[in-house]
Design a protein around this ligand. Structure first.
Ligand SMILES: Cc1cc2nc3c(=O)[nH]c(=O)nc-3n(C[C@H](O)[C@H](O)[C@H](O)COP(=O)(O)OP(=O)(O)OC[C@H]3O[C@@H](n4cnc5c(N)ncnc54)[C@H](O)[C@@H]3O)c2cc1C
Length: 488
């Protein structure tokens, strides 16, 4: 099939999935006013792949095929391949200001890493390769669910008093029956498939009780017994104008809890089953983590550039960039962008060939992005609040331009560098990016989408090669002792 158009993507989402929101079954995620904005954005991303000026940068033709497929599935054998993939990620994330973080490239990259390192899946390696080819050649969209519901985090999943997490409850000739729940699948409303996989930093204990939870598989979203429970939308559609919440109306990705009501997962869809060693080590052995971090770091560059551009536009409107402390805050945003770009390029420059023949970007600089970007993004929100100040809450609904007070609005909402229409749309954009429910969800996303930063930071410290640095300090102490300046 090769790359799909936006219209084909939307058709594919009308598959009878069981997605619930606000207490009701959503019949068509592409038309329901709460979800149609995100569906439209997804369609736009796919249409971008077909634009003549982008097609070579966004697609490639795999060996032995005559059809173009998405470039996020490109095998990375060289540093140039990493740079090519970067260009593709950037195109998609520039389109959404980095606010549609789970655009399909994220899971495509993860899946590609699994496919190239498929031997690490042992008896299910063939299933992983086959699913990768199906996803690539059919240009399918997948979400992933890696974690168990929050019930009692003081005990591991196999030791919970309330047994709610998804697990294998029995086997049949056709496959494995899964019952229970998983969280948290962003993009589930707009995905064709669901991947249930381990979470990189949350290992299972090597016990018999834990084995039913050691699961990895991919199934179509409309599989019998799969129920999706979506959180409420970030806005109430149909009220005011979309200019009032331009990001919320387009880039709300959806976040779902997934309930498995005795779902049959066919054997050919199983990737991991009852093997704790594979479950706990699959990311390390397939080098999936650096590949995914490369993708989201490019997303972060897009997002930081958007926040910087937004701040530049805002300060010009009322000329507050005359003031030194405002310039200082704008300089911080410039530094965010430059630091993130440098980390992505450093990761590519430091890439190394792995034992499985894949060129893997250096994790060190990408880890800096992973740990620093949540603070950068929150600080960017704060800076825009500080420079937008009262203007952020004074901007009226855009519909006011055409209301009874339209002439007053056109007069009194002008700014030094723009008419009322431009100023209101800009300030509402800034409000949406930094203060709205949408922004709050973005801030939470940046904190947690890549797992718990606390446990991640612990892992970074424990895994870091500390010895040369400690040795250097002691060598210095020894040198100082030998110099013994006190005796002079
Ligand atoms: C907006 C958003 C989108 C997301 N999208 C996805 C997605 O698409 N797919 C997906 O799989 N996941 C997704 N995640 C989930 C993400 O993987 C988890 O949020 C993350 O792993 C943290 O787990 P948790 O939310 O269950 O928090 P918890 O594990 O419940 O942690 C809550 C708090 O307790 C602390 N804590 C809990 N247990 C421990 C422990 N053992 N040791 C030390 N501290 C502990 C944590 O540090 C944290 O402060 C998303 C999360 C968010 C917020």
């Amino acid at each position: 099939m090769g790359i799909r158009t936006g219209a084909q993507v939307l058709d594919g989402l009308r598959d009878g999935r069981q997605l619930y929101m606000d207490g009701e079954l959503i019949k068509d995620v592409t038309r329901d006013p709460r979800l149609a904005g995100g569906a439209r954005t997804m369609a736009q991303l796919f249409d971008l792949q077909h634009r003549p000026e982008f097609i070579d940068d966004m697609t490639f033709t795999p060996e032995g095929s005559s059809e173009r497929v998405g470039l996020s599935f490109l095998p990375t054998r060289t540093q140039a391949d990493l740079a090519r993939r970067r260009g593709m990620y950037k195109r998609w994330h520039d389109h959404t200001a980095g606010m549609f973080g789970r655009a399909p490239d994220f899971v495509n990259v993860m899946l590609s890493a699994f496919a190239w390192g498929a031997d690490a899946f042992g008896p299910y390696a063939g299933n992983v390769r086959a699913y990768y080819e199906k996803a690539r050649d059919g240009d399918r969209i997948a979400t992933h669910s890696l974690t168990n519901p929050q019930v009692d985090r003081s005990k591991n999943v196999a030791a919970q008093a309330r047994d709610l997490a998804a697990k294998a409850v029995r086997e049949t000739d056709a496959g494995v029956i899964v019952r229970g729940a998983r969280m948290l699948a962003t993009l589930a409303a707009y995905s064709d498939d669901l991947l249930v996989m381990p979470a990189p930093a949350y290992p299972l204990p090597n016990t018999e009780e834990a084995k039913p939870f050691a699961l990895g598989f991919a199934i179509p979203m409309a599989t019998k017994g799969v129920k999706l429970i979506n959180r409420p939308g970030v806005i109430q559609p149909g009220i005011g104008s979309t200019h009032d919440h331009p990001l919320s109306a387009r880039f709300d990705e959806s976040d779902c809890m997934i309930v498995f009501d005795d779902v049959l997962v066919p054997w050919e869809n199983i990737f991991v089953y009852r093997d704790i060693d594979i479950f706990n080590n699959i990311y390390k052995r397939t080098h999936a983590t650096p590949a995914m971090a490369h993708q989201f770091s490019v997303k972060d560059v897009s997002k930081a550039e958007f926040m910087m551009g937004l701040a530049f536009s805002l300060v010009r409107m009322t000329r507050v960039d005359e003031f030194l402390h405002v310039q200082g805050m704008l300089a911080e945003l410039i530094n965010h962008v430059e630091a993130l770009r440098a980390c992505v390029l450093a990761a590519e420059a430091g890439a190394q060939m792995t034992d499985i023949g894949v060129m893997s970007p250096a994790m060190g600089p990408l880890g800096v992005v992973r740990f620093q970007f949540p603070d950068m993004f929150r600080r960017a929100c704060e800076i825009i609040q500080l420079i937008g100040a009262g203007g952020l809450v004074m901007a009226p609904s855009f519909a006011e331009m055409e209301g009874p007070l339209g002439e007053d609005v056109k007069t009194y909402y002008q700014a030094a560098a723009g008419d009322a229409s431009t100023r209101i749309r800009l300030f509402r954009l800034a409000f949406d990016a930094t203060m709205s429910t949408f922004s709050g969800r973005q801030q939470l996303y940046e904190r947690y989408f890549a797992g718990d930063p606390v446990r991640g930071a612990g892992g970074l410290y424990l895994g870091y090669d500390k010895e040369p640095h400690v040795r250097r300090i002691h060598d210095m102490l020894d040198r100082f002792a030998a110099e013994d300046l006190d005796r002079r």
